[in-house]
Design a protein around this ligand. Structure first.
Ligand SMILES: O=C(O)CCC(=O)C(=O)O
Length: 418
């Protein structure tokens, strides 16, 4: 099947022979860029079995033989949707759904795959992000990757589609290793340099679990999203072939198109322990709630303070912002407290990840380009929901082991974080 040419300027994601696990782990920890790793899956029994099958019908039969009895859910994408899983123009709605039907035996999904592949109208069926632990029979056929194998928080998922689906731009907080077992996917990646220029969709309308972009990569509307043009010019593209792995570092935007029957296994790995990740999430949500009450000029002073004290991207300001009146004074003392909390939570974040956080804080916490958009007409209700969310996540965090979050203090911490 021919893959249509892209109309935008891009560079290719480099292909490198699969490095040894410790070399890869070092690269990932140091903030490595995306790469296609070649020559690492040829020993996987499932890759060989699919290759030997030789055609889509026989490949589906291989899967049915192994997991035909397991229950799965999948989504059906109608032909008039042209495979697109993304947002409406104003970002207020998404047509993305992990599943659109009941749980059925995998063999029924196999029938749906065959029927869709035979149907020339161009619809698609897609089983997305199904946890691998739900398919114990597959485990001996897909050995765990040694990459990032020591991470406590790793999640392996199976993705099987008829081809023709397009998942619009979104980002995940995790390292992502995408192993292509059969079929091809084109993945377009945009660096996480700027949130604002990518027009994140309303916070309460996610693409699955992820924050998506309102920019439609394959048909961008630069009149509506002018700042996206500069970001899209940084695009890197990989056409993943069977037997290859694409490494996507945390927070890189990605857009996925599939061509023909595709079977993919991915591994998401949190860049920090889960308890610490919870703290980071709460910090972001609390910061967003608090700083949205603070006048923009003062918010921007705190942005400088965070840049100096937390992100290491500027000198700390000589003095904290001063309050002109009692109301502002109360707000600022809450802001000081929030900054101390952020300091505590951020200081153990590995430097490679910490470097990627300023755009996130700029957009959600300091709101340099205005409040993050919400789809609903009830911002107060949404704030209530966020408060509840932060409270619930904090409660979960309290139940997690404090020991899993080391609280070492370094000389720099003492200077910058009181
Ligand atoms: O392959 C796909 O359809 C989407 C995969 C994806 O977005 C991911 O692995 O984060």
């Amino acid at each position: 099947m021919n893959i249509p040419a892209l109309t935008f300027v891009h560079t290719e994601v480099p292909r490198v022979p699969a490095p040894a696990a410790d070399e890869f782990n070092r690269m990932a920890a140091n903030g490595s860029e995306p790469a296609v790793l070649t020559g690492c899956l040829q020993d996987w029994p499932l890759v060989r079995e699919l290759q030997q099958a030789g055609n889509p019908d026989a490949e589906i039969a291989v899967l049915e033989r192994l997991i035909g009895h397991r229950k799965v859910q999948y989504t059906t994408i109608a032909p008039e949707q042209h495979g697109q899983l993304g947002y409406t123009d104003d970002g207020s709605r998404t047509n993305f759904a992990f599943t659109s039907g009941k749980r059925v035996a995998f063999s029924r999904f196999g029938d749906a795959l065959r029927a869709t592949l035979a149907d020339r109208r161009g619809g698609a069926v897609y089983m997305q992000s199904a946890p691998l632990r739900g398919f114990p029979e597959l485990l001996p056929h897909v050995p765990d990757l040694q990459y990032l194998a020591t991470a406590a928080e790793a999640y392996r998922q199976l993705w099987i589609g008829s081809g023709g689906h397009v998942v619009n731009l979104h980002f995940d907080p995790t390292h992502n290793l995408i192993a292509m077992l059969t079929g091809r996917k084109r993945v377009t990646l945009i660096p996480p340099d700027s949130m604002t220029n990518m027009y994140p969709a309303p916070l309460d309308v996610r693409l699955g679990d992820a924050i998506g972009s309102q920019v439609t990569l394959l048909a961008p509307d630069f009149a509506r999203h002018p700042r996206a043009a500069d970001e899209l010019a940084k695009a890197r593209v990989a056409i993943l072939e069977p037997g290859e792995i694409l490494y996507i570092p945390p927070m890189w935007w990605h857009h996925v198109e599939s061509f023909g029957l595709n079977v993919m296994l991915n591994k998401w790995v949190l860049p920090v322990p889960a308890a610490h990740f919870t703290d980071l999430t709460v910090d972001l949500v609390r910061g967003m709630l608090l700083f949205s009450d603070i006048p923009r000029s003062l918010r921007l002073r705190y942005r400088e303070a965070y840049a100096g004290a937390l992100f290491g991207t500027a000198e700390p300001p000589a003095s904290p912002p001063a309050a002109a009146d009692a109301v502002t004074g109360r707000l600022l003392s809450r802001a000081d407290r929030q900054m101390r909390d952020s300091c505590r939570v951020l200081r153990d974040v590995p430097p490679a990840l910490r470097r990627r956080l300023p755009p996130l804080y700029d957009y959600y916490v300091f709101q340099v380009d205005g409040a993050p958009s919400l789809s609903n007409t009830d911002p107060a209700g949404f704030r209530r929901k966020l408060r509840l969310y932060a409270g619930a996540v904090s409660a979960i965090r309290a139940a997690q082991s404090i020991a899993s979050l080391p609280r070492r203090r370094t000389q720099t911490d003492r200077k910058t974080c009181q």
